[in-house]
Unconditional design. Structure first.
Lengths: 264, 264
DNA sequence: CGATGTGTTGACCGGGTTCAAACAATGTGG
DNA sequence: CCACATTGTTTGAACCCGGTCAACACATCG
């Protein structure tokens, strides 16, 4: 159950690398070699330019905890990590899902301490990078700095996509959009999107999407009934997505023709 | 109606600088001179180190449009700007509110083009800063780089606070939390928080908070009925907030004692 | 085996949306 | 100046989506 010999950047359980099989799977989303290469090259550049320590984590392990001093940023080499924000009164909110090539800890830079818990959802490897060292390395290395800024920028963009989905989509469509987003994340990384595993409970998904676990369950059942997804016989967390594009169509349809425009 | 002679960093209509009057206003939130100074000093540093062009905007003016090439980042010198995200299908979502000292455009760095529309909500001045020039300036100036990173980091933190509020609070509490957030933003900038003006329609507020304009209106009416806010006689957008802390209490109370914890 | 954690489904209820009406604020042109 | 249109706000009444509560199925694990 270790990454060991196989293709070092492929997550063992989240997905398998695209290959002949993926191409045979009919309507699977097209591969995005450009993006996948970007992530791979970024990781290589990073590995060459800045010292780091690798950490292997199993599902449930903490990468860091909110309040920890921000000595290090982390980059995911493979696997899947959630970030959980907490209010002083105890409310918890899954605010982000992060995959290979994503950075963790940007939100803590300003305060000098981590703003969220980061928890591995699956067997994952992260690279811990001293922030101070990273800054020094960036000073004399514009491409490296650009890489870091691009990662922060994407983080902001993704958060805003989440807000858009949270505020404008009804529950079923939100779940469909969540699956589409997950599949897109895998596609960007060169993994197959027709057969995916969501290593989260219904409660976690619901928390992330702003709904209750029963609603998530019902939404998934409905999507399955409409043949947009199918449950694998191996477990309720393994999904078959025959056509990612159809999920987008479902979202559109559930908006009833009109995306509410703010300005006339 | 120009900023002209008066205290150059005070927004003419959003709020008035704290002074003897603010202190006399009973339970108004305590001033935060440290934070206010940080923002002021950041703007000074920026002004010294990098060239910029000033732009004065009136309510409704566009700072930039989604899709514009990302030549410049913008920093708000005074005023108030909203950022609006749009889905391909036409859904629009107000994803951020920005005040003096905040940056605009971070979300566009990765793609090389703006990801949102940015629209002034009130008379505002922004400084346009060439991103390429900024990067060069940062290379030899660690404090400047730290300043930029801190701004990006706070942006991410704020987005996550929004998600927390969107996902965990009922409508009334969300409106209360919105007002608290607005008052906090003013307090951080050394402005009075007992008398505030929200230069947005109910529809805009509702869009930002993920609810309908009628719900916003009802929530405000209820908050007024409970004496947590009072409408000024000058208009429905001018609010008197006798005690910002009471808004926090209202949020807590509306959670019914328990902030739903995800882990046992 | 029972115990525990997870997922599904049904019945009911309530908060928020929808639809509608009325009012307020502002501006426009005669 | 007033009649009128336009935009924004408030409030009511009915409806419905999603939450709540509950029962049950199905794993895994001691």
């Amino acid at each position: 159950m270790f990454p060991s010999a196989a293709s070092p950047a492929a997550c063992p359980t989240l997905g398998t690398p695209r290959g002949a099989r993926a191409r045979a799977a009919g309507a699977a989303a097209p591969a995005r070699p450009a993006l996948a290469e970007r992530i791979g090259r970024s990781l290589e550049l990073l590995q060459r330019q800045v010292p780091m320590t690798r950490r292997l984590l199993r599902a449930g392990d903490l990468v860091y905890r909110a309040g920890d001093a921000l000595d290090c940023l982390h980059v995911i080499h493979f696997g899947c990590v959630k970030t959980v924000n907490m209010a002083p009164d105890g409310r918890e909110q899954v605010v982000g899902l992060h995959f290979k090539g994503d950075w963790l800890g940007f939100d803590g830079i300003a305060a000098g301490q981590q703003g969220c818990d980061a928890v591995a959802l699956d067997l994952s490897e992260v690279w811990a990078i001293s922030y101070a060292t990273l800054l020094k390395a960036c000073a004399g290395d514009p491409p490296l700095l650009a890489l870091v800024h691009a990662a922060m920028s994407r983080e902001i963009s993704r958060d805003r996509e989440s807000m858009l989905s949270l505020c404008t989509l009804p529950a079923d469509a939100r779940v469909a959009d969540f699956l589409r987003g997950w599949a897109d994340a895998l596609a960007e990384r060169g993994l197959r999107t027709d057969q995916i595993t969501i290593p989260m409970t219904r409660a976690e998904i619901g928390n992330y999407l702003g709904m209750k676990l029963e609603t998530v369950s019902r939404a998934l059942s409905r999507l399955a009934r409409e043949k947009l997804i199918a449950f694998s016989d191996t477990g309720r967390r393994d999904l078959h997505i025959p056509d990612v594009g159809a999920l987008v169509g479902f979202v559109q349809r559930s908006l009833g023709g009109e995306g509410a425009t703010l300005v006339h």
